[in-house]
Design a protein around this ligand. Sequence first.
Ligand SMILES: [Ca+2]
Ligand SMILES: [Ca+2]
Length: 127
Amino acid sequence: MKRQTMRRAGVVALALTSLIGVGSTAQADAGRLASSCASDFCLYEHDDYSGAEEEFVFGDYNVCVRSLSLNNKASSMRNPSGARVQFYDSANCSGAYGYAARPRSSDSDLTNNGFDNKTSSVKPVRP
Ligand SMILES: [Ca+2]
Ligand SMILES: [Ca+2]
């Protein structure tokens, strides 16, 4: 089980590297826990910022960004940006958002917000 997770994370890391030049998901668990989100916003496959990582670069407020590699999989998040980030169950930020992250915040477990494995798109808004 563990090995399988690592292999999947490696594939995602490769895809991310070609996309934005950052890929740290293939490191050991300890390394992932210690690493921080180098982009505007990061989703993680599992609790405590572990598993595969998807990084987001926000162009502007109110622009919807779809989750690709972690669609319906995100279980924790880091938001180092100055934006409030709204989480949507739908793919194009349609309907009401289900969860909102404060600027410069992180959440090691989205379960208690009722949003584990649901996020399909996110939208940064002015805080
Ligand atoms: Ca998950
Ligand atoms: Ca969803």
